[in-house]
Design a protein around this ligand. Structure first.
Ligand SMILES: C[S@@+](CC[C@H](N)C(=O)[O-])C[C@H]1O[C@@H](n2cnc3c(N)ncnc32)[C@H](O)[C@@H]1O
Length: 235
């Protein structure tokens, strides 16, 4: 047993974790980026500090920073408890232990909450949700989605995943999704049918190994290129 969650939980990762999970290069970081389902990650706050504003979308941005922190605190102890009870299911190379993980998630939450109200005013945090993104076609170069699609495969069916991915491909030249495992550490059952569908529709799809792992075996991301982007496959 890896992890049982009744609903999607608002846990956030840092800039450094995003960089590794999504294999983001220096030049990627200069592109127009949208983080879909960014929740209380500190990626947006840290990118903004570096002078590279990005757009984050999440339904949870309806709430205040204080409410989001409360939601995080409500579920967090139980998550760390489940992690401690399933030691064989986790890889301690980036985070060194469950307590180290606790510290990293709390740090990300703090950076997010400190940035959130200003970021909302700047239009960097927008309330929105898949499978509909309120942007014109091709607004972004890179759409990122971590720890939502595929991870919650029991909660969202194939049709949701398909609509969500095609919507991200509508607004962005390329899409990167991490991880491709579900909460029970199995490859998502939606992955292969979705790859087949995307390839049949002419998209380039790559499953790329990345230098980040916490779920045991969860060190791959799905990388999808819009038809016009296929020529410059960076692998
Ligand atoms: C586990 S958190 C991951 C946050 C961030 N991407 C990260 O990896 O640090 C999952 C996020 O997905 C968001 N979410 C739930 N339903 C969504 C939807 N339909 N569209 C986009 N995001 C959604 C949740 O509010 C939550 O913040």
């Amino acid at each position: 047993m890896a992890m049982k969650l009744k609903e999607v939980v608002p846990l956030g990762r840092s800039f450094d974790e995003y960089r590794l999970m999504f294999n983001l290069s220096k030049s990627d970081l200069e592109k127009r980026i949208i983080g879909v389902g960014d929740g209380p990650a500190s990626f947006n706050a840290e990118m903004n500090e570096m002078g590279r504003p990005v757009t984050s979308i999440d339904p949870i941005y309806f709430f205040s920073a204080k409410d989001i922190a409360q939601k995080f605190n409500k579920v967090f102890d139980n998550i760390i408890e489940q992690v401690k009870n399933t030691p064989g299911d986790w890889t301690w190379t980036y985070h060194m232990s469950p307590d180290d993980l606790r510290e990293h998630r709390s740090e990300a939450l703090t950076k997010f909450t400190q940035d959130f109200e200003q970021g909302k005013k700047d239009g960097r945090y927008l309330r929105g949700e898949l499978p509909n993104l309120n942007f014109p076609d091709h607004t972004f170069d890179i759409a990122l989605c971590s720890h939502f699609l595929f991870l919650y495969s029991d909660h969202y069916d194939y049709d949701f995943h398909k609509s969500a991915v095609y919507e991200m491909l509508r607004v962005s030249k390329e899409v990167r999704i991490f991880p491709i495992l579900d909460l029970m550490l199995n490859r998502s059952p939606h992955l292969e049918p979705l790859i087949d569908q995307l390839r049949a529709d002419g998209y380039r799809v790559v499953i790329k190994k990345v230098p980040y792992e916490i779920q045991r075996g969860g060190n791959e991301m799905m990388w999808i290129f819009n038809k016009s982007e296929g020529k410059m496959l960076p692998i």
